[in-house]
Design a protein around this ligand. Structure first.
Ligand code: SF4
Length: 294
């Protein structure tokens, strides 16, 4: 083979190798993307309104960055995905940014609808992790009173910041102070909720009692496996001590629920209707109103 022919053959081979590599690299990127498509990163600071299973027409207020997740837990069932897969580059919204965006949205909803039932602090992580959370609650209550005085203000929080008096005081001012307590078993917490810092469930329970009943306990019940180990917290060994803690906290209400969307950990399973109904009925029998969402 002449030198020129050899050079052309070599170039063709390199080109086909490049095409093959590109195809597989593109395929790899697409499959990574489709895994992440199961999870949701919300716009910030306002999103929706969305229709919530538990709360009705809900206008979302997201105090975390709009390009990723910030949470003091890293739950294996989090609809936003794992913390490590969604590290944000943007900052958390400021008090002024939240107030301006919220007022613009409320003016739009007043003209075009729909009427919100509730303003819900939720989104890409833990709302009380925003250092301006207490002031933002005050702004939100003021704007709620001006535009939709019948709407409720709800906060969904994982309870990790309620040791701070200013956070507790702000949560006392909202209508629905919805705080997570999935279990009181430290091993289960480390396996499922995966706190990113120090977490002492006994202290959390003591702080939950400080709300004097102005608190709604929210608990996820589920089944299935994570890293090959069971994460079923519907059994008596989990439910009985959890129920004792709930009675001790004496909340105004309990909300139990199960997985509703795809989760970043793919081997999790829903608790059944019967299991949730049975736990709900035990809470009600203890004199505490309780709802179950399936
Ligand atoms: S506490 Fe909520 S936002 Fe944080 S990781 Fe758990 S489910 Fe996600």
């Amino acid at each position: 083979m002449k030198n020129e022919e050899r050079r052309i053959a070599f170039s063709r081979m390199a080109f086909y190798r490049f095409l093959t590599f590109s195809f597989f690299f593109f395929y790899y990127l697409c499959s990574r993307k489709s895994n992440n498509m199961a999870t949701i990163i919300y716009p910030s600071p306002i999103f929706g309104p969305v229709h919530s299973r538990r709360l009705g027409v809900s206008l979302g207020i997201n105090l975390l960055p709009g390009d990723g997740k910030v949470c003091t837990f890293d739950c294996i069932y989090c609809e936003c995905g794992f913390n490590g897969d969604h590290r944000p580059k943007q900052k958390m919204p400021s008090r002024e940014e939240v107030a301006t965006a919220l007022e613009a949205k409320l003016q739009d909803m007043q003209q075009n609808g729909p009427t919100p039932d509730v303003f819900t602090f939720a989104g890409n992580g833990e709302p009380t992790a925003n250092p301006h959370f207490p002031e933002i609650i005050d702004d939100t209550l003021r704007l709620r009173d001006r535009y939709f005085p019948k709407a409720k203000v709800s906060v969904l929080s994982n309870s990790t910041m309620i040791h701070k008096p200013e956070v507790r005081a702000a949560l006392m001012r909202v209508d629905n102070n919805i705080l997570k307590l999935d279990t009181i078993d430290p091993l289960y917490i480390n396996k499922v909720d995966r706190p990113t810092g120090k977490y002492d469930v006994r202290k959390i329970i003591e702080n939950l009692k400080l709300f004097n009943g102005h608190v709604i306990i929210q608990t996820m019940f589920m089944k299935g496996l994570s890293e090959g180990e069971s994460v079923d917290n519907t059994g008596e060994e989990y439910v009985a001590p959890w129920l004792e803690a709930v009675k001790d906290i004496a909340p105004q209400q309990v909300m139990i629920y199960t997985i509703d969307r795809e989760t970043p950990d793919h081997d999790l399973l829903k608790a059944t209707h019967e299991e949730l109904d049975s736990i709900r009925d035990r809470v009600i029998a203890a004199g505490i109103p309780c709802t179950a969402s399936y």
